[in-house]
Ligand binder design. Structure first.
Ligand SMILES: [Fe+2]
Ligand SMILES: [Fe+2]
Length: 191
């Protein structure tokens, strides 16, 4: 059942980046922070790539097994799976708003509105998983199911061809303003 802890940890990382973007937008609107467009781009990339490449595939596997064990939670699972499928479309809307803001800083409000919409959606999505589905999996899966899930998760973690999301997260924290990060400094993809 290590898998449940991994999913919760991944939610924490995604929530931290959502929180960071919200914090920065608030300070930019208040004139307290200069926007770092490269940092915003890297954060939105993190939200997209980490969720799509690392997080959702693990959940999809767990949910598929859960469905074979119980009819409970069927509605929540259908909602979550539709939301996973619509993930790229939702993040594309956020990307477009960020591209507009990068081209024209006067569109800050539109970017902030697009971000709010995305953040609200994703927080609700994670909450449904944490409150309705993960506890159900905790009770419904058999030891053999957990062995299968844990093996799948371990395999996903050792996918050496993928991006180093932990290093990316650290760079985001290094460049984010205090108190959410180590202090505002220009974001660069590599050090
Ligand atoms: Fe999910
Ligand atoms: Fe999730």
């Amino acid at each position: 059942m290590n898998a449940l802890r991994i999913l919760s940890d991944e939610h924490q990382s995604l929530a931290a980046v959502l929180h960071a973007i919200r914090f920065m937008l608030k300070d930019i609107a208040a004139g307290k922070l200069e926007p770092d467009r490269a940092l915003f781009q890297a954060m939105v990339h993190y939200l997209e790539a980490y969720a799509e490449q690392r997080h959702h595939p693990k959940e999809d596997r767990l949910f598929a097994i859960l469905k074979t064990r119980t009819a409970q939670g069927a509605e929540a699972l259908a909602t979550l799976s539709a939301e996973h499928a619509a993930g790229p479309e939702r993040i594309a809307a956020l990307r477009r708003a960020l591209a507009d803001f990068t081209a024209d800083p006067r569109t800050l409000d539109a970017f902030a509105a697009a971000f709010d919409q995305y953040a609200t959606f994703y927080r609700t999505h994670m909450m449904l998983e944490e409150e309705a589905v993960l506890p159900l999996a905790h009770h419904a899966l058999t030891p053999a199911d957990w062995a299968e899930v844990d093996a799948f998760f371990a395999e996903a973690e050792t996918d050496k061809g993928g991006e180093d999301f932990s290093a990316l997260f650290d760079r985001l924290v290094e460049c984010a303003p205090e108190p959410i990060g180590l202090g505002a400094r220009p974001y660069a993809a590599t050090r």
